[in-house]
Write a protein that binds this ligand. Structure first.
Ligand SMILES: Nc1ncnc2c1ncn2[C@@H]1O[C@H](COP(=O)(O)OP(=O)(O)O)[C@@H](O)[C@H]1O
Ligand SMILES: [Mg+2]
Length: 275
């Protein structure tokens, strides 16, 4: 059976998509899962934060990335560019495999009009993703772009990290609206499995208010585990090391993502009708 393909998305940038993706894939690896990471963001932040072993020379790097695979992918072509996570601990390096992002992912928009071009990732992953227990796709902060169409066409479910603040909630709501509106043309089976509150500061009245609004709108899809503002998460985006290596705060962050993963995994299966 094909593993769940989970896209991490939100129209807004800086809400913690890449942080959630990093936290979830490392939690899944700690739980013994083999994880395939697909970096669909041209910034390549997740590729760097997982220390994917990509070539150093710029011209080689483009060819060894998802940007080159997705130009005109053969079935299963993603295999050609897969690299391991570069963390020292084999728990991560042996279980996390990455399809690296690259800035030329943005050029895919130039060929958006060609037949079935939004199915390119689906085609490139075909057969290859079956060797994994989980596929996580990190998305760019976009809504109607060709890159999002490509990511959403290959996904079974979405996870939406969301700060409990007006702009982020609205941006998540627009993702819900879009998958609903474009259901028949884009991906008939795509559903939101969960919304993960991030950077929560429970002492803020505005956060309490927005968390209430999120529950009213999305009910059980809102993850009861809240990711708080943690220095270790900020550090991870700088030092590109496993959260667990960053002292007490790092272990707290990693334990939080483990709890998010433990909540999300059965929910993903349930939303996919596999429970
Ligand atoms: N819970 C958190 N605590 C501390 N810093 C965070 C948290 N979530 C995100 N950040 C920081 O905010 C910035 C944006 O997060 P990132 O995951 O890159 O967002 P996105 O992928 O949505 O653009 C990064 O510097 C990241 O370290
Ligand atoms: Mg990101």
């Amino acid at each position: 059976m094909s593993p769940p393909h989970v896209a991490v998305a939100n129209h807004k940038g800086g809400v913690g998509k890449t942080g959630l993706a990093q936290g979830l894939v490392t939690a899944a690896a700690e739980a013994g899962q083999r994880v395939l990471v697909v970096d669909m963001d041209s910034q390549g932040n997740l590729t760097r934060r997982l220390r994917a072993r990509v070539p150093q020379a710029p011209e080689e790097r483009a060819h060894a990335s998802l940007a080159s695979v997705l130009q005109r992918p053969a079935v299963g072509e993603v295999e050609r560019i897969l690299v391991p996570c570069g963390y020292d601990d084999p728990v991560y390096s042996e279980r996390i495999t990455i399809a690296p992002g690259h800035l030329e992912l943005e050029l895919l928009a130039l060929t958006a009009g060609t037949a079935a071009s939004e199915k390119r990732l689906l085609r490139a992953l075909h057969g290859v993703s079956d060797a994994f227990d989980l596929v996580v796709i990190d998305c760019p902060p976009q809504l109607l772009s060709h890159q999002i169409d490509i990511a959403f066409s290959a996904a079974d479910v979405l996870l939406l990290p969301c700060e409990p603040e007006y702009d982020a909630v609205e941006s998540a709501r627009r993702i819900y609206e879009r998958i609903d509106r474009d259901r028949h043309t884009l991906n008939p089976d795509l559903a939101v499995a969960g919304v993960v509150p991030n950077r929560v500061r429970s002492n803020l009245v505005v956060h309490q208010k927005r968390l209430g609004q999120m529950s009213d709108m999305w009910g059980l899809a809102v993850c009861p585990v809240h990711v708080t503002e943690l220095v270790a998460i900020k550090n991870q985006s700088e030092n590109a090391q496993p959260l667990r290596s960053d002292g007490t705060d790092g272990r707290k962050a990693a334990d939080t993502f483990r709890d998010v993963y433990d909540w999300a995994r059965p929910r993903i299966d349930a939303v996919m009708g596999r429970a």
